[in-house]
Design a protein around this ligand. Structure first.
Ligand SMILES: [Zn+2]
Length: 241
């Protein structure tokens, strides 16, 4: 694992979760020149959608389309749980890559892995900032890394959950929407046959969020802590002011 700096690190439970929830926003960050790392906690195996190894190859292809680097951790798909070990793993990655922004998905329980990743990342972000891990036996996992405090933790909407009508902000992804869809389509074995209609469902949600803020397509986000701006003019025009 290289310890290069990334401006943003995004954590998803499985390959394709991040593309679906925040793919358009990521393309916008990358086009601004920010470096982004995707971290999948599990490799998505065993998969109902494709033979072993297929999803990994698709994830690599999707990462190229979005312009991000990608790593896969070794947690077991279906059994992801918010316990100490994965929290420390997230903390280690944050301390190594020292991002300003961390993004994950907000799962509420439809898929237990998606609920777990939300909590694991919240806790991992907190662990990352704490010093003196060498005084704990488990601190070995963070050896040779120093405390790092991120600027922002944002949550994209887990698409297995009911769409949000309240959120903290939305990103207009209309101009990069084709790139988001191309990245999702890289998962041919997942979104084909009768599951191809999922792409329409995702687009419908992005259009719905867009309709709430007066643009064609938008991705909704919640923020871990209150949003702070030095200049309130950074906000764009949305419907009804
Ligand atoms: Zn998933």
């Amino acid at each position: 694992m290289s310890s290069r700096h990334y401006d943003a690190v995004a954590f998803g439970a499985h390959p394709d979760d991040l593309e679906v929830a925040i793919g358009g926003t990521i393309v916008k960050l990358v086009r601004k020149g920010l470096s982004v790392l995707f971290v999948d906690l599990a490799d998505g195996e065993p998969s109902r959608y494709g033979t072993r190894g297929e999803r990994h190859a698709q994830a690599e292809k999707a990462a190229k389309i979005l312009g991000v680097n990608r790593v896969t951790l070794t947690l077991q798909d279906r059994l992801i749980t918010d316990v100490i070990e994965p929290r420390l793993e997230i903390a280690r990655l944050i301390r190594e890559h020292r991002p300003r922004m961390v993004i994950t998905t907000a799962g509420e329980g439809v898929h237990p892995d998606h609920k777990a990743v939300t909590d694991i990342v919240i806790n991992g972000v907190f662990y990352a900032r704490l010093p003196k891990w060498d005084e704990l036996a488990v601190g070995d996992r963070l050896k040779d890394t120093g405390p790092h405090e991120i600027d922002r933790l944002f949550f994209g909407h887990c698409r297995m959950e009911t769409a949000w009508d309240r959120f903290d902000f939305a990103v207009d992804v209309s101009d990069v929407y084709d790139v988001k869809m191309a990245a999702i389509r890289a998962y041919e074995s997942v979104f084909s046959g009768d599951r191809a209609s999922l792409l329409d469902k995702y687009a419908a949600e992005d259009r719905y969020v867009g309709s709430l803020v007066g643009v064609e397509y938008a991705e909704a986000f919640r923020s871990r802590s209150p949003l702070l701006v030095a200049d309130p003019e950074v906000f764009l025009k949305t419907r009804y002011g």
